[in-house]
Design a protein. Structure first.
Length: 174
């Protein structure tokens, strides 16, 4: 089984994955006639997920857990109550969490976010691939794509795709 960690995320043209309050309203109104922008194929190839607490809380606030059947580790110092069956909480660091996920048969893992978490995994040299879908809008401020990363991180473009509505998806290998 292939093991890889993929940071799959949408960002604005100016590099933000959420507004200052953590909202993703800039994703509302995307042209759905363009399909799912490759998400279905990506998700089918993912075995497990790692996310930060803010992302977990945001997803849970939507009322439906969209990741049933995929083991998920939420990195946090605050365990949650009433979590879905496949969710567990961990206060360990990126390397330890990824080792746990892989030891449990995690295979390909989606690093769901957010920006601080991506920066921590990148600083630990753990991200294998970045899949960044650029949404054609500008927020001006918000949550950056990644923070706390090494000053220079070189990426190799391995694929790109354009979609209706001006979306561009870039796939990089580190």
């Amino acid at each position: 089984m292939e093991t890889r960690l993929v940071y799959y995320v949408a960002q604005t043209v100016d590099g933000f994955i959420a507004d200052r309050t953590g909202g993703v309203g800039f994703l509302d109104g995307l042209d759905e006639s363009g399909g799912d922008y490759g998400y279905g194929e990506f998700y089918a190839g993912i075995d497990s997920l790692v996310m930060g607490r803010a992302t977990y809380d945001f997803v849970r606030s939507m009322g439906v857990w969209h990741y049933a059947g995929k083991p998920t580790v939420v990195m946090t110092s605050r365990p949650g109550d009433d979590a879905p069956e496949d969710v567990r909480f961990s206060d360990r660091g990126p390397r330890e969490v990824l080792e746990e996920v892989r030891a449990a048969g995690g295979g390909s893992t989606w690093l769901v976010g957010g920006g601080r978490l991506a920066g921590a995994f990148c600083a630990a040299d753990l991200i294998d691939e970045w899949v960044v879908t650029v949404i054609p809008c500008v927020l001006g401020s918000g949550v950056p794509l990644a923070s706390g990363m090494p000053a220079t991180t070189k990426l190799e473009l391995i694929d790109q795709a354009s979609f209706r509505g001006g979306l561009v998806q870039l796939r990089y290998r580190i």
